[in-house]
Design a protein around this ligand. Structure first.
Ligand code: CO
Length: 157
């Protein structure tokens, strides 16, 4: 496994609509393993393949104390409710902002074995699923802000 370089806004690959994966082969498994390594190296919660320069519909999510999720061709099939969350992105380092996300999302996807799975999620996992699936559509969280003034600098710990 190897950590990959994370592309930073305004890299044009972040604005590409990622393509569906047609065959879950060794190269997809290698991509997933490298994305997980990259996510852990960056201490992030989620990562989409286009953030490492690969415009394919693959995401990985690691919510603290939960198992790592690797999803292929994920799709949001239902969203319910609205809530305010604080959100950041590894491709927009040093900033975060408050925005609205759903209270609950339902997602269908394939796992790394190619099995169709459905996930119902709230809280940080729901937020991460929305955020990473947005990435696959070329959407960044800053697109939801009315103005760049809403971006807040993250204070170094
Ligand atoms: Co992001």
């Amino acid at each position: 496994m190897a950590a990959l370089k994370i592309r930073v806004n305004p890299d044009p690959v972040l604005r590409e609509k990622a393509k569906r994966v047609t065959a879950i082969d060794k190269s997809i498994h290698r991509l997933i393993d490298n994305m997980i390594e990259t996510l852990h190296t960056a201490s992030g919660v989620g990562l989409a393949a286009n953030q490492v320069g690969v415009p394919l519909r693959v995401i990985v999510i690691h919510v603290p104390d939960e198992e790592v999720l690797a999803l292929i061709n994920p799709e949001i099939i239902e969203k319910k409710g609205e809530r305010l969350v604080m959100e950041g992105c590894l491709s927009i380092p040093g900033y975060h902002a408050e925005l609205k996300r759903a209270e609950c999302v339902k997602v269908k996807a394939k796992n790394r074995e190619g099995k169709l799975i459905r996930i119902k999620a709230e809280d940080l996992l729901g937020q991460a699923l929305e955020h990473e699936i947005d990435h696959l559509n070329g959407v960044l969280y800053i697109d939801y802000l009315d103005s760049e003034d809403q971006l807040q600098k993250v204070e170094p710990e």
